[in-house]
Design a protein around this ligand. Sequence first.
Ligand SMILES: Cc1cc2nc3c(=O)[nH]c(=O)nc-3n(C[C@H](O)[C@H](O)[C@H](O)COP(=O)(O)O)c2cc1C
Length: 239
Amino acid sequence: MSELPPPAERTLADVEDGLHMPLEDAILTQRAVRRLLPDPVDDAIVLRCIELALKAPTGSNGQNWEFVVVKDGEAKAGLARRYREAWRIYGGLGRWATRQDPPARRMLDAVQWQVDHLEEIPVLVVACLRGGRLPFVPLPPVGESSYYGSIYPSVQNLLLAARAMGLGAALITLPLWSTTAVRRQLGLPLTVTPCAVVPLGWPRGRYGPTTRKPVGQVVHLDRYGNRPWLGDATASARD
Ligand SMILES: Cc1cc2nc3c(=O)[nH]c(=O)nc-3n(C[C@H](O)[C@H](O)[C@H](O)COP(=O)(O)O)c2cc1C
């Protein structure tokens, strides 16, 4: 593979070939990459990631998504403030809960890095949903699931596209804890709900592999509790 230009000079043409990587490699190595360089990311690369995100399904093919690409320092600082507010509580609880779990602690350290540096990350993509839901009216679980289910497949596509083109990315939601504050910050109308943020940048660290449960542990046949593949060596060997 030819040598890539330095991060700040990379164009879409330099990284687009990465999209041809085997699907399994992309899936197996995509992970939350939180420590990112401050170097800019070419707009064309960001748009290509979002373009591929848009190939995902939505309920009734409504395509009721909107993506706000946040590059402005003040807007990023606003989201960073919200992240810090949420993390003060969530991170504190997490540190207590993981005091005897070094791997989980390492993950919290990575989150702490991201919380401390969010403004310096070059691009924050805020994935939103338009309409389809009355504010403050609770839906039955399947309604909530169908509503938010119209954004997360696109976010996963975005994460995979970013990984394939060598970008670091993660799906995060804590900066959105106050929908009102985020709406005000980004000028979102009441009919548009921010759902997830994907910070994008060139990675300081490495991609996967990730640690996940063996498939046999979480798959049930016909009826919950019937797990014939539990302990199946072929089903658990890959992680
Ligand atoms: C709905 C959702 C919300 C998340 N919110 C955050 C967040 O606010 N901050 C964060 O650092 N990671 C967040 N994550 C990322 C998870 O912590 C991460 O996907 C998980 O630890 C697995 O990481 P890995 O792929 O590197 O193994 C979120 C993930 C999901 C699916």
